[in-house]
Write a protein that binds this ligand. Sequence first.
Ligand code: NAD
Length: 415
Amino acid sequence: MRADSPLAAARRQLSEAADFLGISEGLSALLAHPRREMAVSVPLRRDDGRIALYQGYRVQHNLSRGPAKGGVRFAPGVDLDEVRALAMWMTWKCALVDIPYGGAKGGVAIDPRTHSPAELERVTRRYTSELAGFIGPERDIPAPDIGTDEQTMAWMMDTVSVSRGYTVPGVVTGKPLQIGGSRGRTQSTSLGVARIALAALESRGLRASRASAAIQGFGKVGAGVARLLAGSGVAIRAVSDQYGALLNTAGIDVAALADHVRATGSVRAFPGAEAIDPAELLTADVDVLLPCAIEGVLTADNAHAVRARIVVEGANGPTTPDADEILRDRDVLVVPDILANAGGVVVSYFEWVQANQAYWWSTQQVEERLEERMLAGWHLVTETARDNDVTLRAAATAIAVSRVAEAHRIRGLYP
Ligand code: NAD
């Protein structure tokens, strides 16, 4: 395991929380390791007839509070250690916002941009069928993540349903509305991130209408955050994706940028802003920085240069532990991923509840209940951090780990 890998970061955060809580070495070791993991080969017949082989994974980190829950990532760099880290963070996230799930994550090491929709459907169905005995509404419930979307979830649900002989809508979340998805799921992660960013600005005495933001990643999470924050009056000065980065100190027209990305596939060459080096986005002169792309982007090398006073982690694991220390010493408020981006799993939980009951809520009900959960999490974490004089991440991780540890204590050890 690389010292700067997401798994090393996740284990260091856990070990700090375990020390803070006085958790025994044995229980700490149990929490540091996945409950179950599966590695599968995913062969694909490409459209031209050749056969390609990909590696797929599903890791269930912890099941003490309920079935495992977590996204499926399609990206070239996916590996088992990355999936293990993401699964552990899912356990803490679900415990922190108090939903009755453990944590899981999955992925296939494939670049979805170089595959046709028909190829992606075949890969998804083969991967799902390899996991068929492992997932299910009471076992493990996948959802979209990087490189996957509601169509991927529809294929996963259909594959499981066909093999079982009846429709199983609760096996995945983030499905299309027409087949049992929830109203409000598509923008739920972004809504939660934006709501938390506004609360963080307010906590630092900043008004949204005078604030500015930089957003890394313009995908499902980042694009929604940009739109919602711009709608609250925040000037979105800088945006990037994996192809390029943009700056406009007067504020980027987010709706026009979204049209440009729909038409061209990337933020590059958007006429309403100047192109900058993508590394500059992280050190842009803004009030709030929102990494909404991948892990490990704020490091010991660039954390000194971050000018934002607030970092809100839309992505999972964007800040390394060394960067965390530097930002803490510089009094930069870092709102951790397990709180900031929990809106997606909260509405996934609502979707699963609705699918299991076959009774559907209105958008207003979903959004009100989401906001209630996010703000309850925000107040709990900020008060715990203040009372114990620790960072928001240390407080959030400690709350989550103590809930999972308590579930283990009550359930006991079998046999
Ligand atoms: P996505 O695939 O829809 O979008 C990812 C975006 O990041 C794209 O714009 C891509 O171009 C960009 N990107 C990739 N590498 C980059 C780089 N090196 N620099 C700048 N931009 C880069 O994925 P998503 O669902 O928006 O997920 C983004 C992050 O949010 C991930 O960390 C994911 O785990 C996390 N997350 C997603 C959800 C969800 O509901 N989708 C929920 C919680 C957390």
